[in-house]
Design a protein around this ligand. Structure first.
Ligand code: ATP
Length: 539
């Protein structure tokens, strides 16, 4: 746990240091839940969006019938007629039950409290004073727990009853363990520390952060409000979209009427979405402004189940193909109880971040819910007429909905590695490397002259100029070459090309591979070099 936290801190530090991600408006102290992408981050994000757009809209794979999918793109406005949000249910239903800590004032989602408690530092420490016997009986080390409560507890969980009133709470816990016998397991212990002791003292569930008491859950609407035009009254009230999907539904008829597309087909969109998240956290994972990549795939109701299964598997595979190891990735089908009332099936693509397993993308069979709602609220006909079968119906919708920022963060976490590389003198040094999939790497090739003389900078600049129209390239002539390699490793650049003394003799340069650190000599004429790089980038 501590290691993982430490790892996350190192990733965040690297992201800042190398210009991937900065806190928004940092010169004024930042603003919680908002982030800016620096020169390397913006390239990573753009590569991610380009890869998705290419693979989904411009060159989609063949569907289950072997035919290429029919996909088109869309770019809708962020602010739409507020009726859209009435129809979609966001105005009434887009709110999470929240609790607030009365001590530290942190707002948290009520449905995530138990999960947060399990990860909480104070729970992790307190549980060590409960030793489970082979017969399942728990023994509480009261004296040590008292010591913890009086010193360490005061620092990390000052609001906890165990800390504020240690003698009474501990004697109650020991009694409870003796009385309940084998039923009092380690989990029970945590549960008691976390909840029941508070029931005894008249308090509710404690805060995972400070141990203080939490309020009852309250509803909280996540949509950002704004006003359109000069008036600031309810007639001018509008919302920043909390998802891009509704713009697609609102335009479904436009697309049908202005193209020759037929069901089954999909509309894809990439764009900003805004949610006034109560507790933005885990770096960019839960932000208040983020980008989504969403697909609404319209099909005949009888075909929705196979299309759902197809999209679910295709989206999972897309992440694996771009470098997320399947051991850290999982496809989790939702249980019936978890499904929204309109959804027939739903699965999440989840990734094991250093802070835990969390959702990257959700794939849902949303039935005809959204189109039927918009038909009801707008009065416009949302049915589709099939010329061949002469059937009229409202299509079912399969929705793969992912977040660009979450995906970028997952690729960043997956790419991050520390190993050793030789320095200028051949001594092994620790290096940080980002092993991005070449398609996502912000810079594809860095070009260096070995030294700043003997015509090497001129030749290196010539190569750099020849490569730039074809890929993001970087030129660097400053400092020892070993250090330049390591700077590129940290940026995730897959290939470094160095012009050296031999270049003038035989026209070759070295090409160094980021991951294996092996160097090979290749011809430096532009077509050969470009061909060789493009070939390696495709692998
Ligand atoms: P969560 O349960 O984590 O809040 P969600 O299920 O509400 O997510 P959706 O409404 O399904 O998320 O949104 C689709 C995708 O948009 C998510 O899979 C995620 O990648 C992205 N996303 C949603 N909320 C955020 C956020 N606050 N910050 C960054 N990305 C987000």
């Amino acid at each position: 746990m501590a290691n993982e936290q430490d790892l996350m801190e190192r990733i965040v530090a690297l992201a800042k240091r190398r210009g991937f991600i900065y806190p928004s408006s940092e010169i004024y102290g930042g603003i919680n839940g908002f982030w800016d992408y620096g020169p390397l981050g913006v390239e990573l994000k753009r590569n991610l969006k380009d890869a998705w757009w290419q693979d989904i809209v411009r060159c989609p794979p063949a569907g289950p019938d072997g035919l290429p999918l029919q996909m088109v793109g869309l770019d809708c406005s962020i602010i739409m007629n507020p009726k859209v949000w009435e129809a979609s249910g966001h105005l009434s239903g887009f709110s999470d039950p929240m609790v607030t800590c009365k001590e530290c004032k942190k707002h948290q989602r009520a449905d995530q409290i138990m999960e947060q408690l399990a990860k909480s530092d104070w729970v992790q420490e307190v549980i060590q004073f409960c030793v489970v016997q082979p017969d399942g009986r728990a023994i509480i080390h009261g004296k040590e727990l008292l010591g913890w409560a009086r010193k360490r507890g005061k620092k990390i969980a000052p609001g906890l009853a165990l800390v504020r009133n240690p003698e009474v709470t501990i004697s109650w816990m020991i009694e409870k363990a003796a009385h309940d016998g084998p039923a009092f397991t380690a989990q029970e212990f945590v549960k008691h520390v976390a909840t029941e002791q508070f029931a005894q003292t008249g308090l509710v569930t404690p805060c995972p952060y400070c141990g203080g008491p939490l309020t009852e859950p309250r509803q909280f609407n996540l949509m950002f409000k704004t006003f359109v035009g000069a008036m600031e009254d309810s007639s001018a009230l509008a919302y920043l979209r909390p998802e891009t999907a509704q713009g697609i539904f609102a335009n479904y008829k436009n697309v049908l009427d202005t193209t020759r597309i037929k069901v089954p087909f999909g509309i894809a969109q990439i764009g900003k979405a805004f949610r006034n998240e109560i507790n933005p956290r885990n770096f960019t994972f839960r932000s208040r402004e983020f980008e989504q990549m969403e697909i609404e795939f319209f099909c005949h109701p009888s075909q929705a189940d196979p299309w759902y299964a197809w999209w679910r598997d295709a989206r999972y595979k897309w992440y694996v193909d771009h470098g997320l190891k399947s051991s850290k990735l999982r496809l989790r089908d939702h249980q019936k109880e978890e499904l929204a009332h309109y959804a027939r099936a739903c699965a999440d693509v989840e990734y094991e971040f250093p802070f835990g397993i969390s959702e990257l993308e959700g794939i849902a069979n949303r039935t005809d819910f959204d189109l039927a709602q918009h038909q009801k609220f707008s009065g416009r006909d949302m049915t589709y007429f099939d010329d061949e079968t002469k059937e009229r119906f409202i299509p079912y919708v399969i929705e793969p909905s992912g977040g660009i920022d979450r995906a970028a963060l997952a690729f960043l976490c997956e790419a991050y590695a520390e190993d050793e590389a030789p320095d200028e003198n051949g001594a092994m040094q620790r290096r940080t490397v980002l092993r991005f999939h070449p398609r996502l790497a912000p810079v594809k090739a860095a070009i260096f002259p070995l030294v700043k003389k003997d015509g090497m900078p001129e030749k290196a600049l010539e190569i750099y100029t020849a490569l730039r129209p074809h890929m993001t390239a970087f030129y660097d002539e400053k400092g020892a070459v070993g250090r330049r390699y390591r700077r590129q490793d940290e940026a995730g650049t897959p290939f470094c090309i160095t012009v050296d003394g031999q270049t003038r003799e035989d026209g070759t340069v070295t090409i160094r591979d980021r991951d294996s650190m092996k160097q090979e000599r290749i011809a430096s004429d532009a077509p050969t070099l470009l061909g060789c790089l493009q070939d390696r980038l495709r692998r």
